[in-house]
Write a protein that binds this ligand. Structure first.
Ligand code: MSP
Length: 510
């Protein structure tokens, strides 16, 4: 039986339309899901939208819309974006789905009965942008001497209301023990350290209901209380799987990777993990926090007018180029800065020049010297350079898998591009046009065979990142089926007798 693999993205707030940041997490998860599928895993990939809470309610009000009409519209934009970006999610959970609301209510009542939720009064500060409670001691001040959120810098509100609390404090030791027992539970390590320090400072019970607005899941036994948006949304990872009874839940839970931006790792590695402990459900295998994008050195914001729209980018440059760029440009755990110039430079250098030219030059030469037929070659390492490229072709899959498995996407692609650059240099140094002139047919056959093999293997590597270009390469190589079905295939597949079909350039220069 194939091994299961469950990967999730956060649920995105629907107070605004998707931008490059949301696309980043979703594309990262998509690449990983595609990669795992190509390795024979039975994958479940979940994404969706976080639709309740004060922030969304306020955005709806600003637009003069009912919250439900407002969220339906934005959810449409998310679904459209994921379709354009060719995201292969298996489900899309909306926190306004009936299946989710019921699960939240059941869990609330279960924990209430267990004594892990209790009623009390909350007095403290709240940031609507982050939907986060803060103690006075945690706040910072702005130039006008107003109290601001330490995460987003927005002015916070004072709250005093009756609330239900979740006994988060009861899980302090159990959480610390988990972080100790599973040092890979939170990745990268710097985020684990932050989480450990946070918990070590002491956990307070968490206010998990609000009474001052209505846009949320009502507490069944006391509907004037609506469930705090984070407590509601975190449950999605199991409500979508049909917790507690569905086969889907039994098969796929615990999640293998929960992917998100670094700023919300704390919510997952602390609150969500404690909620699961409270319910006696296994905790996820891994919580991975990636870095943040700024644009031209600034935080992305509508007021700066610097929001990067993933749909616009894909329409202009092709979805593959966009997917490639955001995963190649910066290491997944680090922060990155987007600029159009960087994008275009990388597009021209890596895609148009390195990869595009390798394909077009190789196929042109196979056409010219062998009428398009792949020569049958016995000795692939006819000289030292050929031996080197064969060695590299044998080594790269090991390196590539090692990197992708730890979500080091940029490093994985770097290894593929090392191979591509080597192949381009191999052309220059072997100079097939000279071999043809001198009538050195055996060597010429070997060089072109090795180049063809390089492209075949590169097409397999890039398939999760750039599914369309990978398929185009595959078709020009005139190979049967699809690239991902062939993974992993070692060097030296029986390909003699195939006639190549040179096509349009993959990436026209910009
Ligand atoms: N709704 C919560 C998550 C609930 S999960 C149960 C939330 N939503 S969000 O719309 O603010 O999206 C957060 C996610 O979007 C981040 O964790 C990150 O994955 C992604 N990003 C949003 N802006 C980003 C950047 N500027 N850069 C990179 N990713 C960022 O938090």
């Amino acid at each position: 039986m194939p091994q299961k693999f469950y990967i999730t993205t956060p649920l995105y707030y629907v107070n605004d339309v998707p931008h490059i940041g949301h696309a980043y997490t979703t594309i990262g998860a998509d690449v990983f899901a595609r990669y795992k599928r190509s390795k024979g895993f039975d994958v479940f990939f979940l994404t969706g939208t976080d639709e309740h809470g004060q922030k969304v309610a306020q955005s709806a009000e600003k637009e003069g819309k009912e919250p439900k009409d407002f969220v339906d519209f934005i959810v449409g934009r998310y679904k459209e974006a994921w379709k354009t970006l060719q995201i292969t999610n298996d489900d899309f959970l909306r926190t306004t789905d009936e299946r989710h609301i019921k699960t939240v209510q059941n869990i609330f009542e279960t924990l209430l009965k267990k004594g892990l939720i209790y009623k009390g009064d909350y007095e403290g500060w709240y940031c609507v942008t982050c939907e986060t409670f803060w103690a006075e001691s945690q706040l910072e001040k702005n130039q006008k001497d107003e109290k601001i959120c330490p995460d987003c810098g927005k002015v916070v509100n004072k709250l005093k209301e009756e609330t239900y609390f979740f006994k988060l404090s009861a899980f302090e030791n159990k959480l610390l023990q988990l972080y100790k027992d599973k040092p890979d539970f939170v990745k990268p390590k710097s985020l684990l350290n932050e989480v450990v320090n946070f918990v070590k400072q002491g956990l307070k019970d968490l206010s998990i209901t609000r009474t001052t607005f209505k846009w949320g899941v009502p507490v069944p036994s006391e509907p004037q209380h609506v469930v705090y948006v984070w407590f509601d949304a975190l449950i999605n990872y199991i409500s979508a799987m049909g917790y507690p009874d569905d086969e889907r839940f039994k098969k796929f839970w615990p999640a293998d990777v929960q992917l998100m931006g670094k700023e919300i790792v704390r919510f997952h590695a602390v609150i969500w993990t404690a909620m699961l402990m409270a319910l006696d459900i296994p905790t996820p295998q891994k919580v991975f926090g990636h870095g943040w994008w700024t644009v031209e050195g600034k935080k992305m914001s509508k007021s700066f007018g610097n929001v990067v729209d993933p749909i616009e980018m894909s329409e202009k440059f092709g979805v593959d180029a966009f997917r490639y760029f955001i995963l190649r440009e910066v290491a997944f755990g680090n922060d990155g800065d987007f600029s159009m110039q960087l994008f275009i430079n990388r597009y021209n250098a890596d895609l148009a020049n390195d990869l595009g030219n390798l394909l077009s030059r190789t196929l042109t030469m196979i056409d010219k010297y062998f009428e398009g037929n792949i020569p049958d070659v016995r000795d692939h390492g006819i000289d030292d350079l050929s031996k080197d490229i064969v060695n590299l072709l044998n080594q790269t899959p090991v390196e590539f898998d090692r990197c992708v498995d730890k979500m080091a996407f940029s490093e994985a692609l770097e290894n593929v591009w090392k191979l591509i650059s080597f192949a381009n240099a191999y052309i220059e140094q072997e100079a097939p046009w000279v071999l043809a002139k001198k009538g050195e047919t055996e060597k010429l056959s070997c060089v072109l065979f090795n180049l063809y093999e390089t492209l075949r293997i590169v097409a397999i590597f890039v398939s999760p990142f750039m599914p369309n270009s990978s398929l185009k390469i595959w078709q020009q190589l005139n190979l049967p089926q699809e690239p991902e079905k062939f993974a992993p295939v070692p060097f030296g597949m029986k390909i003699a007798g195939i006639k190549v079909k040179k096509g349009e350039p993959l990436f026209p220069r910009r």
